[in-house]
Design a protein around this ligand. Structure first.
Ligand SMILES: C[S@@+](CC[C@H](N)C(=O)[O-])C[C@H]1O[C@@H](n2cnc3c(N)ncnc32)[C@H](O)[C@@H]1O
Length: 346
């Protein structure tokens, strides 16, 4: 299925300006199924330059570096959001996954354009705007939302400069954790990448929890699934480490918010906490306790261990030293201005 989709990459010619052409060349490289790290890195750097050139975005400007705090997590600054492009496997795999999700939805509903609701675009809506070079407005429509007005102003500039208005239903400055989805913006695909490894600090969880129950068209959620687990890892030598999984703490997917009894139980387990029994005998100073994150973007498109900043292990550093002997602990996901895991001894 994946190969079939990737072979379908074609330049669409509704906008034939030199900038659209340049964007197509970058996009083609990022959607290329043959893995070439140098090419991907260069394409991500070119994409960043491309958007900076259009918007005149100044990374040194202090305003572009200010984070914004909300009750459900940190909205990172436009500068930090922009920098995500250079997390190259993240950018490439998301873009490929979104492309396949659009194609899959079109197979299901061939007559209608696919509406992507993008919550947390950053200043460049960089995971979606490039796909306007391979889909027509009859195939792809978008609603672009960010809490930061600097970001939405940049996105507006990009849309105007590239004449992408036919693709765009709306650009809105709004908090996605409070947003009420109007009937005409009901998504086929709900896209949000508002997270750090371990689902810490940023509001991905609450954005999904707030938006998904409002969706009526059974949308594809991207990422389809984010799993956070607790592991013990031990370095064997410089390259190799042993890893032992201790517990699954969160699986964030569409089903978690479908109101079923199973979903209610799963949600309760996350928010009330997961009990973890530590094997005392296994632990010494060579062992580390870490949060591991794995991300399925769409079907075969994933981000595996260490492949991206989103899937690096998060070391619960002092935990092991301070709490030894460890026995049984509760790990509870807490939504706050910087979501975190509260750890308490049972
Ligand atoms: C990690 S950046 C990702 C940017 C972009 N999606 C990308 O992948 O390159 C997260 C973005 O989400 C926005 N954001 C965070 N919380 C938000 C919220 N509650 N509502 C709307 N946007 C939010 C931030 O302002 C930031 O631009």
């Amino acid at each position: 299925m994946q190969q079939l989709y990737c072979n379908q990459i074609q330049r669409v010619s509704i906008n034939a300006g030199p900038r659209n052409e340049q964007l197509y060349e970058i996009t083609r490289e990022l959607l290329n199924p043959d893995l070439n790290y140098v090419n991907i890195r260069n394409a991500c750097a070119a994409l960043l330059n491309f958007f900076c050139g259009i918007t005149g975005f100044d990374p040194e400007d202090k305003q572009n570096q200010e984070h914004c705090s909300t009750a459900a997590g940190l909205a990172v600054s436009p500068y930090a959001a922009m920098s995500c492009i250079t997390d190259m496997m993240r950018t490439r795999n998301f873009m490929m996954g979104i492309q396949d999700a659009i194609l899959s939805r079109r197979q299901q509903y061939p007559r209608d354009p696919v509406l992507v609701f993008y919550a947390g675009t950053g200043p460049f809506a960089s995971l979606l705007i490039p796909l306007t070079t391979v889909f027509t407005p009859d195939q792809l429509q978008m609603v672009l939302v960010d809490i930061n007005p600097i970001s939405t102003a940049c996105v507006q500039r990009i849309v105007e400069d590239l004449a992408l208005q036919p693709y765009v239903k709306a650009i809105e400055t709004a908090d996605a954790t409070q947003y009420k989805i109007p009937e005409q913006y009901q998504p086929d695909i709900l896209l949000t990448e508002t997270m750090k490894a371990g689902l810490l600090k940023e509001p991905q969880f609450t954005i999904c929890a707030h938006l998904l129950p409002q969706c009526k068209k059974d949308p594809i959620l991207i990422p389809e699934s984010i799993a956070v687990g607790l592991c013990i890892s031990r370095n064997k030598n410089k390259e190799l480490s042993e890893k032992k999984s201790l517990a699954s703490l969160i699986r964030l997917d569409r089903e978690l918010f479908d109101q079923s009894l199973v979903a209610q139980d799963a949600l309760k387990r996350i928010l009330e906490g997961v009990l973890v029994q530590f094997p005392d005998d296994l632990l010494d100073n060579q062992h580390k306790i870490v949060l591991e994150t794995s991300i399925r973007i769409f079907r075969a498109h994933q981000l595996k261990h260490n492949e991206s900043g989103l899937t690096i292990p998060v070391l619960l550093n002092s935990f092991l030293q301070e709490c030894h002997p460890l026995s049984t602990w509760r790990f509870r996901y807490r939504i706050s201005s910087e979501p975190y895991f509260e750890m308490s001894k049972e």
